[in-house]
Ligand binder design. Structure first.
Ligand code: ACO
Length: 323
């Protein structure tokens, strides 16, 4: 028997305010046509009053718990992947713990920018496989609208806010690729690329700062690194692209999603795409896409899924799991 981290619930929260591309035409030299053509984005959600990284994360967590038929008290650990925690500290995860009315177990954040959810899944898997926890909430939640420079058309049209959550539970499997749960993980980072994508604020500046990105340079790394990490994770899981039911990629740009699918040899019919409706929600994008893909009836129990993401750091990785 092999221990597996199996998804028993999924949920998400999107802010009430929806902003269409055309709204940016009023304040910036840009167009709906440019944004759609270069990124695939049509609209995004921006957090408003009362909507923060922690409140959205807690709402997504509640939805995942409800689907699993579990209470907050059944959870041993909460991991929040985010680069936009409401405060420098305490962690967003402890705020979620408090929002859920929990005073037991432990909670912490993981910060790997857009790759954060993949890093969080890999760490949650390790906690389950080592026997330290039985049930863990893995959440991706972001309010990137609060680190946007609204005068920079090359970044502010690309990002959005939201949260998605999975409940992972320890279950016994046979140790084969037919098992439900996380089958393999692959994590990577290369800090020499920090200038390609960063926030120009923090404790060293005394400001929150704004996101800065050399988008076309990040783009150059994206397809190659995403396909390579997905390939590595699939090899580790003992599966091939032909076995994959769904690729659930980080939703940054439709051209990156298409390029990576092509390189992996997977049809776009087997890719969950939400970038048109959410924009790039960084660490929230994969759990949002998993939740929306499940709600649309695309993702079903037993499906073989590969998730992959790249972001600031650079940091990138992939997880293969059977739903
Ligand atoms: N409207 C109109 N024109 C624009 C806009 C805009 N909103 N933004 C940029 N342009 C212009 C540029 O100024 C440039 O003009 P120039 O040729 O006169 O200099 C031209 O469009 C082309 O710019 P590029 O940056 O070369 O355009 P590109 O085709 O690369 O698309 C984009 C830009 C969408 C940012 C793309 O590069 C991308 O998606 N990159 C990857 C982003 C990503 O995956 N990030 C990683 C995750 S994010 C995270 O970790 C937080």
């Amino acid at each position: 028997m092999t221990l597996r981290a199996v998804v028993s619930g999924v949920g998400h929260y999107l802010p009430r305010r929806v902003v269409e591309n055309a709204e940016f035409e009023e304040s910036l030299e840009t167009s709906d046509e440019w944004i759609r053509a270069r990124s695939g984005i049509e609209r995004r959600h921006f957090a408003g009053e009362g909507e923060t990284t922690a409140t959205m994360a807690a709402a997504a967590a509640r939805a995942a718990l409800e689907m699993a038929g579990k209470e907050a008290g059944d959870v041993d650990a909460i991991i929040v992947a985010t680069s936009t925690a409401d405060l420098t500290f305490p962690s967003a995860a402890t705020m979620v713990q408090s929002e859920l009315g929990l005073r037991t177990g432990f909670a912490f954040d993981i910060q790997a920018v857009c790759a954060g959810f993949v890093f969080a899944l890999a760490n949650a898997n390790a906690l389950i496989l080592s026997g330290q926890v039985k049930r863990v909430l893995v959440i991706g939640a972001e309010t990137f609208s609060r680190i946007m420079d609204w005068t920079d058309r090359s970044t502010c049209v690309l990002f959005g806010d939201g949260a998605g959550a999975l409940l992972l539970e320890a279950q016994e499997g046979d140790g084969t690729a037919a098992d439900r749960g996380i089958l393999s993980t692959d994590l990577n980072s290369d800090g020499t690329h920090r200038d390609l994508l960063y926030v120009d604020g923090g404790v060293s500046t005394g400001t929150t700062g704004y996101l800065r990105m050399q988008g076309n340079q990040v783009f150059r790394h994206a397809v190659e690194k995403l396909a390579a990490t997905a390939d590595t994770a699939m090899t580790r899981a003992g599966v091939t692209a032909a076995d994959i039911d769904w690729v659930v990629p980080h939703q940054a740009n439709i051209r990156i999603i298409q390029g990576t699918a092509k390189k992996l040899g997977v049809s776009m019919d087997n890719v969950v795409v939400t970038v048109q409706d959410h924009g790039n929600t960084s660490a929230a994008s994969i759990p949002l896409a998993l939740s929306v893909g499940h709600a649309r009836g695309q993702i079903k129990q037993g499906d073989l899924i590969v998730t992959e993401a790249i972001g600031g750091g650079l940091a990138w990785g992939a997880v293969v799991l059977r739903w």
